[in-house]
Design a binder for this molecule. Structure first.
Ligand SMILES: [Zn+2]
Length: 302
């Protein structure tokens, strides 16, 4: 990675999430742009362009949603599972600013896809499961929606509408040129004061203040989300400068993170009975464990 690129990434907010609220409109949002972190994740695999694009979209959506978590150490896992398409599994997760992801595809089927394939061509029939593991309380919540719509972002909007009943607008854009890949996105949702953490009585899809915000957020151009010369604050200013007030929080830094350490797998394998461990053990006395996120095999002494 060149120094110039690093300087540029610090200046324009690559691999950062900017949180904002529009208090007078009862709306909150996140805007993210992934650069080096995305490239690191993609470089662990030899994915064709169409599949890289899909994973980049999923990572942007995961970062946008994950950064809504208040509880440090809480984890968001996004899993798309499908049959009949070119991709049958996509997994991404977020924990404390760390993101990672991978997908499984049929190379021959992917080669037959058009340049901008529909969600249906990519996945066939499937579902999107969003799971929250809350570190403090140890609770786990899961929402499942069908993988339907024109894009992955639309399937996520359905998740918010159906499982959380929060009207949400999502936009994602990916720019790929050679090995360089930039992906950006925006999430904006209606969030009336005092409603946080409580059961929603009904979704205010037709609320005039929300309709206005959704139109403004929806007017963001794909180029603006991935333009390295445009700060995340500038993206917001362009969209919302006529609003009474836009509050922003300090930028949250994102990293590529994985948990595939020898200690981690040792603790998992310790739960297996000895006869099963004996079956898994190789001649050299170790057990080979495959990390799909990193595309690597670890030899665990167990
Ligand atoms: Zn790993």
């Amino acid at each position: 990675m060149s120094e110039e690129y690093l300087i540029q990434s610090q200046e324009t907010g690559f691999d950062r999430v900017l949180a904002f609220t529009l208090p007078a409109r009862h709306a909150r949002g996140r805007v993210v742009r992934l650069g080096p972190v995305l490239e690191t994740i993609l470089s662990a695999h030899d994915y064709p362009s169409v599949v890289k694009h899909l994973l980049a979209e999923a990572l942007v959506l995961t970062a946008l949603m994950g950064s809504l978590l208040k509880d440090d150490g809480a984890q968001l896992t996004v899993q798309a599972q499908a049959e009949g398409g070119a991709v049958d599994l996509l997994v991404c997760d977020y924990r404390s600013g760390e993101v990672r992801g991978y997908l499984r595809h049929d190379a021959d089927r992917v080669a037959e896809l058009a340049d901008h394939p529909t969600l249906d061509a990519l996945f066939g029939k499937g579902y999107l499961a969003i799971t929250f593991d809350l570190a403090v309380s140890g609770e786990r919540y899961q929402g499942v929606v069908p993988l339907e719509g024109a894009s992955l972002a639309q399937a996520f909007e359905q998740y918010f509408a159906q499982s959380e009943q929060v009207p949400t607008c999502l936009r994602v854009s990916v720019r790929e040129s050679g090995p360089r890949c930039i992906a950006g996105g925006m999430l904006v949702q209606h969030f009336p004061d005092g409603e946080e953490g409580r059961e929603r009585l009904h979704a205010k899809e037709d609320h005039p203040e929300w309709t206005h915000v959704a139109i403004m957020a929806g007017s963001v151009r794909d180029e603006e989300l991935v333009d390295p010369g445009l700060h995340l604050e500038q993206v917001l200013w362009r969209l919302f400068h006529e609003e009474e007030e836009v509050r922003v929080e300090p930028l949250l830094h994102l990293e590529r993170g994985c948990r595939c350490t020898v200690e981690h797998y040792k603790s998992i394998l310790a739960r297996f009975p000895e006869d099963q461990l004996a079956e898994m053990r190789e001649d050299d006395g170790t057990i080979a464990v495959d990390c799909a996120f990193c595309s690597k095999i670890l030899k665990i002494p167990a």
